[in-house]
Structure formats: C-alpha cells, structure tokens
Design a protein around this ligand. Structure first.
Ligand code: IMP
Ligand code: MG
Length: 180
C-alpha cells in the first residue's frame, strides 16, 4: 500500500455494491428508466463515481459538465468554490441529476444547485457518494447518498489531495502527518 495512505475506510467492493444499489434507487425514482436524464457531474472529484454509476443506469441520459474548485492546491479547508468551467450542456426544461463525490461544507453543491435552478430545469436532484456529518446547511438537499462518514479527510475513488490519489481504488484516510 502507498505509505501515505493510513487506512482504507471503504474498500472497492463495498463501494461497488453501494453504487449499484444507488443506481437502482435512481432508476426507480425516474420512472424505471422512462425519463431522459441530464447528469451534471462536478469535476473533477465526481469522475470515478459518475463512470461507475452510469454504467448501472438503464435510462436515456446526457452529461453536462461543470467544474468547481473548493480546495485549491494542497489544502484541506474549504473556501468559497471557484467556477473553473461553466455548465457545458443545456439543462433548461430537463430532468437534472447533479453528481458529486463528497458533501462537506455544502458550498460546492449549493453553488451548482443554484446554477442549475437558474436555468429552470424540469426537476433537480442530487447524488453524492460520501457525506461528512452535520456541516452542510439544511437547504442543501441530497436525494441519493452512498455513505455517511466521519469528519476525516479522505482520498481515492476520485477524491484528491493536491491533485493526487484520484486513481486509488478505495476510499482511504491519508497519513495525518501529510496534512497541514
Ligand atoms: P464542500 O463545498 O465543502 O461541500 O466540499 C465539497 C468539495 O470539496 C468536494 O466536491 C470535494 O471535491 C472536496 N472535498 C471535500 N472533502 C474532501 C475530502 O475529505 N477529500 C477530498 N476532497 C474533499
Ligand atoms: Mg469536488
């Protein structure tokens, strides 16, 4: 194992099983797949979750990308997210599902929800793989959730520290000595 990884929090098998179950929940919510969806993954953290999730989604779907940066460089404290890439696709009048890796302070998801809402979608829901306890304000609603985790800085399965570890296949806790 990478010596910078302290321990695995959620291994790849548990993630895979949960992602498959989430896809079933999502498909059931959208009329068993009779609704055409637009997924809005928040780059870059959502890429692995998105890639696994959509291959279990038996419905017609398009993807509109958006990129925000919450933790510039090698920091672990959230700041106001910056929009790096505006929505790349049309969401007006469409059923929209925002996809993100983790809900922490909720600032990122709140920003993207507002961005989509402004364009008047037909419906708007959000799917998040991980959620840290109690920090997101109550107005930031999540409809599909993978796992609640402790308030730890995690990497892997799309999540990075200073741009690294996104390809680590498990959700893991970094060696605390590395963190500022
Ligand atoms: P929020 O805006 O504070 O909710 O943070 C959400 C964004 O910050 C996520 O989309 C992640 O990209 C990033 N983030 C939050 N917590 C972690 C973590 O523990 N590890 C890696 N990235 C994180
Ligand atoms: Mg992110």
């Amino acid at each position: 194992m990478d010596t910078n990884i302290a321990r695995i929090l959620i291994d790849r098998d548990r993630i895979a099983a949960r992602v498959q179950a989430l896809a079933a929940e999502i498909a059931a919510t959208y009329d068993g797949g009779h609704v055409e969806l637009t997924l809005v993954p928040i780059l870059s953290g959502a890429i692995i979750f998105l890639a696994d999730l959509i291959r279990h989604l038996p419905l017609k779907m398009k993807i509109a990308l958006v990129q925000l940066s919450a933790y510039p460089g090698a920091t672990t404290s959230p700041r106001d997210p910056r929009t790096l890439l505006e929505l790349t696709g049309d969401v007006a009048g469409r059923h929209v599902l925002i996809v993100d890796d983790i809900l922490d302070s909720g600032r990122t998801l709140r920003r993207v929800q507002a961005m989509v809402r402004e364009r008047e979608p037909q419906s708007l829901r959000s799917a998040v793989l991980l959620r840290k306890p109690g920090k997101a304000p109550p107005d930031v609603k999540v409809d599909f959730l993978g796992f609640d985790i402790d308030d730890l800085f995690v990497v892997g399965y799309g999540l990075d520290y200073g741009g690294l570890y996104r390809n680590y296949p498990h959700v893991a806790v970094l060696n605390p000595e590395l963190l500022p």
